[in-house]
Ligand binder design. Sequence first.
Ligand code: HEM
Length: 358
Amino acid sequence: MATETDRTPVDGLTDTATDVSDVSDAPEADVDSDGRLERFSSVQVYVHGTIALSIFVLYLTGLPMTFNEHLGWLFSVFTYEHVVLVHVAFGVVLIAVGTYYLLYLALTALLAGRLLDSFPTLGDVRESLAYVTYLFGRGEKPAAKKYTWLQKAEIWVLAVELFLLSATGLLLWYRGVFASPEFRAALGANEALADVLLLMVRDVHVVVALTMLMGISFHLYMVNVKERFPFNKTMFSGTVSADRARHHWAEWADEELGETETPHESSEDRPVPSSRFLTVTGLSLLAFFALVLIATLFAAVLSPLPTREYLIALPADPVTHGVASIVFFVGLNAAVVLILAGAAAICYGMIQRLRGEL
Ligand code: HEM
């Protein structure tokens, strides 16, 4: 059983610091007593856990504000005021932890004197092209460094989305600014423009939140279905088996472990999902994306400024009216159940980590 001390010799900065000195000659430093490779430092594990939990709570409290016709029961249970209060509180947690992590990354890169592992490079473009070629059955699967090109894309898209959500969230929180005499005077006493700007901020907040919901679903699918079925513990333990490292991130594993021969098929990759499960999950994911896209269209994009009441181009909104609204009712409530399950899984993983059971 790996203990906290096994995993993190000094503190969170060790992850990258050891990368610099241990490139090929002394791999033991990153391998714990169980022969597992350190992939994430303690800081990264706890930041990821806190941010993931915050995001789940922000969805649980934000979605009923947008789709109150279908998720209004959350207000009946918790009251509108409490839901907004919890939303803003977790928004503040997200911003605080995000700011701390940005500083941590900047310091880590500065001390190590090199770019972050997740920084996009030209090599990622080459890797993505090689990956497409591989998908068409022409060539080998490209060996990845610490993060594959797809993982880096996920990381950066999510980072930009979180930044936009934080900025627009703060503006919504301090919406009094839009009504202030100073702000209105700065706009040339154009009262209507001030209102329109506030509504635009709200629309950006909603569009980004819903777009990110697709990104998060894709991320959860990749991590827990494609990479390690049915529950990937790496983000809680911070470690990965040498076999799995070689299987998914061959170049990184070679750098850390040296070019010793280990099988590329990992016992950790069992159980693998059946092809029926993969098909059903893949199709459900696509159906969910379609549902979210249509809901976003009607909740924000097609609700033109200045307010939703001015939706004159369409006789009715299918998200809330007619037979189609049943599909949205089921889909959105299913999403809430999955978000609750996600929040429970994060808490379970973090508790296991705190108890040293991983
Ligand atoms: C993962 C991140 C986030 C998600 C998914 C999210 C989602 C949402 C959604 C869906 C709404 C409802 C908008 C509407 O239909 O009117 C909302 C409203 C709001 N959000 Fe966020 N949000 C996030 C982050 C934040 C952050 C970081 C803050 C900053 C404190 C914040 C503050 C607010 C505020 C003040 C409102 C308006 C509440 C009201 O109507 O009184 N959000 N959010």
